[in-house]
Design a protein. Structure first.
Length: 411
């Protein structure tokens, strides 16, 4: 299998890589390894070990999967997990390390893999907001918190003694399952269903994003099993049958069900307000920005949940546009290994010298482009504010996002 990886690394361009992948369409071991590597619903709770073992003997995908099961099931954790991963690296070589790293390091995206093997890598879908005009009133506005999107799947299960117990699975927007001990306990008190919300530090102000992101990453990698300072702000609820069928009732009914939950300092319903006009929306929006929040999320009363980016979920946040020159790029890591990780940008906006680095907004297609596609070009950017660190000689952008190469309206 590692020979296929080497071929992919040597191939230039997406089409050549796709041709190599298609030639392996009947190689079930290879496809099993790709699924173990890229399926975001699988979490091994540990980083790839620092080891360079090269293995010449043969083994099967099942051998690797059986070994990884000890990590994904958390049969071993902490130092035992690290020792187990190192043993796997020495037993199976680079292919094992690539699975833990979540990437072939060959410039191959999930999109390309699924073109070669349709449906191989499942993609976790949630409702995502669009920046579109608000056209219907009344509507429901909720605070746009700055944290980590999280869904809690709460269900009842009967154990061997016939006792019904609540089971909780926490899933990030990427599809990765995460264990947060105290939150699993708090959600176990809630009625069965799927709870969609934002995990935030404190009150969910923009200044707390770095803190909650770091805490989540530690739990995701197995470095911690709990978070101390957080609030799970829930803004939507669906029955398990609705989630499975991707069909839901109107938002107002989902909120009525959501109101049956038990709230406390760790778990609560997101702040919601009924808006009768655009003036009401703008007034509340200004209040939220002044308080340090990102803005508002708008939902129509009778709209369903959609498992995609939807005009039925509207974001209203401070967004500005500017143009900067790309003077360099950086290489990506993990699943973006061998691809573009970020653009290095410089220029002037509002008479301020800007120097900023960003990978946000780049699609898999963008990342597969050669660096020359961006270097020396003017880049249209979206951002929320212009900032400057203390004693810094230049300014930067708050939440910078790539929009497109200037003049390229096909992107």
């Amino acid at each position: 299998m590692i020979n296929i990886v080497h071929k992919l690394r040597l191939a230039k361009g997406t089409n050549r890589k796709l041709t190599i992948l298609i030639k392996e369409k009947d190689n079930e071991d290879w496809k099993t390894i790709l699924k173990a590597m890229y399926d975001t619903s699988i979490n091994y709770y540990i980083s790839s070990p620092s080891d360079n073992s090269f293995i010449s003997r043969s083994f099967t995908a099942k051998d690797i999967i059986d070994h990884l099961e000890w990590l994904s099931s958390r049969t071993v954790t902490g130092n035992d997990a690290r020792a187990h991963a190192l043993e796997g690296s020495r037993q199976f070589g680079e292919i094992y390390r690539l699975v833990l790293g979540g990437s072939l390091k060959a410039g191959v995206s999930i999109t390309t893999i699924n073109k070669a093997y349709p449906g191989l890598i499942p993609q976790f879908k949630v409702m995502l907001a669009n920046d579109v005009p608000i056209t219907h009133f009344p509507c429901i506005a909720s605070t746009k918190y700055d944290g980590v999107r999280l869904l809690a799947f709460v269900s009842d299960a009967v154990d061997s003694a016939g006792i019904t117990q609540s089971m909780v699975k926490l899933v990030l927007r990427s599809g990765k399952q995460i264990h947060i001990k105290s939150l699993e306990y708090e959600m176990s008190k809630q009625p069965p269903g799927v709870y969609d919300g934002e995990l935030v530090a404190g009150d969910g102000l923009q200044e707390g994003r770095t803190k909650i992101t770091g805490s989540v990453n530690r739990c995701l990698k197995g470095g911690a099993t709990d978070i101390k300072d957080y609030t799970f702000c829930i803004f939507d609820y669906l029955l398990h049958e609705e989630w499975a069928a991707e069909v839901s009732g109107p938002y107002i009914e989902r909120v009525q069900e959501l109101n049956k939950m038990t709230q406390n300092s760790k778990v609560r319903i997101a702040d919601m307000y009924t808006m009768g006009s655009i003036d009401h929306v703008n007034e509340l929006y200004a209040q939220k920005l002044a308080a340090g929040y990102e803005g508002l999320i708008i939902r129509q009363t009778y709209d369903p949940y959609e498992w995609k980016r939807s005009n039925k979920l509207i974001k209203k946040k401070a967004i500005f546009e500017g143009v900067l020159e790309c003077y360099d790029t950086t290489e990506g890591t993990n699943k973006y290994e061998g691809m573009i990780g970020a653009l290095m940008l410089r220029g002037t906006i509002d008479d301020k010298d800007i120097l900023v680095k960003t990978g946000s907004g780049l699609s898999d297609h963008d990342r597969e482009m050669p660096p020359q596609h961006f270097i020396g070009k003017d880049i249209e950017m979206l951002y929320n504010d212009i900032t400057r660190a203390k004693d810094a000689s230049h300014y930067s952008l708050f939440i910078p996002r790539f929009k497109r190469v200037k003049g390229d309206h096909n992107v």
